[in-house]
Design a protein around this ligand. Structure first.
Ligand code: 13P
Ligand code: SF4
Length: 337
């Protein structure tokens, strides 16, 4: 493994979610009704990421991980896609469905990981590694995707890396923890961009060891963006911890359904607990770190979803030349499952 040297990144503080309070049950019910009626009138589909606020997940037509959401966006017959997620996800939907209107309810919903690399930085990196294959994690801007050969999500990253001929150098960006885990999982050496997600980087091996002591027998589900993902593999190989699964958010939901354990430990953004608990009410879920809250994902509220439909805001578009170049890498990602 080698890690490129990048300029300092604009890390976001590890602060809890946006200040907006949760609605009361009556307020939530009324907003749900209004949103569903407006969505039907506009022939809109509402897509929500697993980290969204509980009440936003509950009003969506589909809740899932980045891969599932991209597949839904590519396949939908709706006229309008309301994307309850972050900006790069809505951009990806706009590239996959250029004839649809894609709405992002709150324009402030960015991603500190996607912000760690610009298209200019990627062009300079590629110039230093002629002939290398560029694999971009989906958490990147459309401009960065347009400079990439493949996109991947945490749900299919291993398969994407395995599909690349063994003699090719791979530049993997922007998440170094996902990259380190992929190197171990696939046995491929890659050159990694030193980006990180401030939420997942904050989940440390100490958090894992502490929760393991409290719940020694429960399976432990870890998102590969976590600062501890590859150390977890080392700890598992050394016998210090057992029953660890490194999974995307949807992989966690599938694992929980299939394993049928009474208790599960979850190392990722805490919004996933709502989804898990809703699907498996008899299972006990414990967040490895209660501090793991993505404030960008929490910016979307029921009011902003209602206003997105009411006022047709905020329309996300990608310039046609960028969309055309990004589309090949994105379509490869959606097809490799
Ligand atoms: P998933 O694709 O696993 O849902 O992850 C998306 C993300 O932003 C993780 O921080
Ligand atoms: Fe980006 Fe991290 Fe939030 Fe995911 S959890 S959207 S990677 S800032």
């Amino acid at each position: 493994m080698s890690i490129a040297v990048a300029p300092p990144t604009a890390q976001q503080p590890h602060t809890p979610g946006a200040a907006d309070p949760s609605p009361t049950p009556d307020e939530a019910r009324a907003l749900h009704e209004e949103i569903r009626a407006r969505a039907a009138a506009r022939h809109a589909v509402i897509l929500a990421h697993n980290y969204e606020r509980p009440e936003v997940q509950d009003v969506a037509d589909y809740v899932g991980d980045s891969l599932g959401l991209s597949q839904q966006a590519a396949a939908t017959e709706a006229d309008v896609i309301v994307f309850c997620g972050v900006h790069f996800m809505a951009e990806t939907a706009a590239v996959l469905s250029p004839s649809k209107t894609v709405l992002l309810p709150d324009l402030r919903a960015g991603c500190s990981l996607a912000d760690t690399i610009t298209a200019d930085q990627l062009r300079a990196w590629k110039a230093d590694h002629p002939g290398a294959t560029v694999v971009s994690y989906v958490n990147t801007t459309a401009e960065v995707k347009a400079e990439s050969d493949y996109c991947c999500t945490s749900g299919n990253a291993r398969k994407v890396i395995d599909a690349i001929p063994a003699d090719r150098e791979i530049l993997f960006l922007p998440d170094m923890f996902l990259g380190l885990w992929l190197e171990r999982a696939t046995g491929r050496r890659m050159t990694l961009w030193p980006g990180e997600c401030h939420v997942h980087a904050g989940i440390r091996p100490d958090d894992i060891e502490e929760i393991r002591l409290q719940h020694p027998d429960a399976p432990l589900l870890v998102h590969p963006e976590c600062g501890c993902a590859s150390q977890c593999m080392t700890m598992a190989a050394d016998g210090r911890i057992s029953d660890v699964q490194i999974l995307s958010t949807e992989g966690m939901v599938n694992f929980a359904r299939e394993r049928g354990s009474k208790k599960l430990l979850v190392a990722t953004e805490t919004g996933i607990i709502h989804r898990l608990q809703k699907e498996l009410p008899d299972t006990e879920f414990h967040a490895v770190s209660e501090r793991a809250i993505c404030r960008f994902m929490k910016m979307t509220t029921l009011e902003s979803v209602r206003d997105a439909l009411r006022l047709n805001q905020h329309v996300i578009t990608v310039p046609p030349d960028v969309a055309e170049r990004a589309s090949l890498a994105i379509r490869r990602m959606v097809e490799i499952v």
